[in-house]
Design a binder for this molecule. Structure first.
Ligand code: PGA
Length: 257
């Protein structure tokens, strides 16, 4: 069986100003022991990326952005491109987060363009997918997930491999910021189906190597159970990533108990 190195990623959303971001990354870096069994990533707001970068780099914390535009440059007021994120020190970019899809109307086609543009700029995409409560209750979870994967990765086929190291984040919309986590078994079931989809589309090797993160009310006290599932390779954490103590409690999940 292939060993996939876990990743714990903190999505700071539209929280923290420059000073708060610096304090948070410093506190996280001070609490890392250096023997963590996971890659650690933080995704601050755009304005704070370059000030967070040196602190993150010193602590080997990866830096991600929360969104980007698919064009490289141009008259797109209010948008930020992949090359700008690279220059600000990002290695990763979160794409298609459910808040982008539901509040800002991003479609799978938009996300697909962003995934392509991210890879072209040398950023590793963290592609988010997930069903709403209504879709789950209607028994449509797998259909929705497969549709989002097909639409958001439409540019890639068996002949054109997924960009190297692409990460998928399964975030059931009903679990985000609600305190209602998917049970480890519920999450595992969907993660397994995502891996199966990747295998059918891109072959076993890519499917086995792709990290699939779970997101939605992840906390220090539920991470260990989630991480014990075979196809859960880490977490995308919102609320609990805004306090160093709780984020570190998640990052150091294997050290507990
Ligand atoms: P949450 O957010 O951990 O606050 O539920 C997760 C996310 O939106 O990525």
């Amino acid at each position: 069986m292939i060993e996939r190195r876990p990743m714990i990623a903190g999505n700071w959303k539209m929280y923290t100003d420059i000073f708060e971001s610096v304090n948070l990354v410093k506190a996280v870096s001070a609490g890392l022991r250096g023997d963590e069994e996971a890659d650690v990533l933080v995704a601050p707001p755009f304005t704070n990326l370059s000030v967070v970068k040196p602190f993150a780099e010193n602590a080997r914390i990866l830096l991600g952005a929360q969104n980007m535009h698919w064009e490289g440059s141009g008259a797109f007021t209010g948008e930020v491109s992949g090359s700008m994120l690279r220059a600000a020190g990002c290695t990763h970019v979160i794409l298609g987060h459910s808040e982008r899809r539901h509040i800002f109307g991003e479609s799978d086609a938009d996300v697909n363009r962003k995934v392509e543009a991210a890879a072209k700029s040398g950023l590793i995409p963290i592609l988010c997918i997930g069903e709403t409560l209504e879709e789950r209750e209607a028994g449509r979870t797998f259909e929705v997930i497969a549709g989002q994967l097909a639409g958001s990765l439409a540019a890639y086929t068996a002949e054109r491999d997924l960009p190297a190291e692409t990460i998928v984040a399964y975030e059931p919309v009903w679990a985000i910021g609600t305190g209602r986590t998917a049970t480890p078994a519920q999450a595992q079931e969907v993660h397994r189906s995502i891996r199966r989809w990747l295998g059918e589309r891109f072959g076993e090797k890519i499917s086995e190597h792709t990290r699939i993160l779970y997101g939605g009310s992840v906390k220090p006290d539920n991470i260990s159970a989630l991480m014990s599932e075979q196809d859960i390779d880490g977490a995308l954490v919102g609320g609990a990533s805004l306090k160093a103590e709780s984020f570190l409690g998640i990052v150091q999940f294997r050290k507990k108990g």
